[in-house]
Design a protein around this ligand. Structure first.
Ligand SMILES: [Zn+2]
Length: 190
């Protein structure tokens, strides 16, 4: 099974919540998460469907695991929220669904981006070079059309297909208390 998720992230890739200890308390207060499930994964809270409304009718939204369900064995069969620790440097996150960006200078499709990212030195800021005009770009300056992001801190909402549900404005506004500037979102399929 493929794992699909909606990812919330601060628009500024360098920003991360200042008070990491407050993150989970805050997400519980607004009703996005309930109790912990496993490790850094949390069950959906009482206002989950209000904060992340599904488009159209979605009769199959499941918010609780089946008994004994493990995220490692069968993909993610139900919606839950993962809040990993911040990383010291921004990371470029992409999936099998990530769309090919265009070079902002020459407008050519940067079709070799996957190979370039794979070859990039780990640890440095994520950059890609246009194979047509040779211009280097930070991944954050390319238009990925909500199919990739560059961030130090993310909130993953698992088992949401691309475009199936999107964060309510209220949720993006309520993330303000995390003090990481404005937020954005994308969809990733592993
Ligand atoms: Zn170019």
């Amino acid at each position: 099974m493929q794992a699909q998720r909606l990812v919330l992230y601060p628009r500024d890739p360098e920003r991360a919540p200042r008070d990491a200890d407050r993150i989970l308390d805050g997400l519980r207060e607004i009703g996005l998460i309930a109790g912990p499930w496993r490790g850094d994964r949390h069950l959906a809270g009482p206002r989950f469907l209000e904060l992340i409304p599904f488009l159209g009718c979605s009769p199959h939204v499941r918010l609780e695991p089946n008994p004994g369900e493990d995220p490692q064995d069968a993909g993610q069969g139900f919606c839950h929220v993962q809040v990993p620790d911040c990383t010291p440097m921004p990371r470029f996150l992409y999936g099998t669904n990530t769309k090919t960006p265009r070079c902002p200078a020459c407008r050519e499709a940067m079709t070799g981006w996957r190979a370039s990212i794979g070859a990039a030195a780990p640890g440095g800021p994520p950059t890609l070079r246009c194979e047509d005009c040779g211009e280097p770009w930070a991944t954050v300056d390319l238009a990925w059309r909500r199919s990739a992001c560059t961030a130090r801190f993310i909130i993953s909402v698992w088992d949401i297909f691309e475009g199936e549900a999107r964060p309510a404005r209220a949720l993006l506004e309520q993330l303000d208390w995390l003090d990481a500037g404005p937020w954005d979102f994308c969809y990733l399929r592993d």
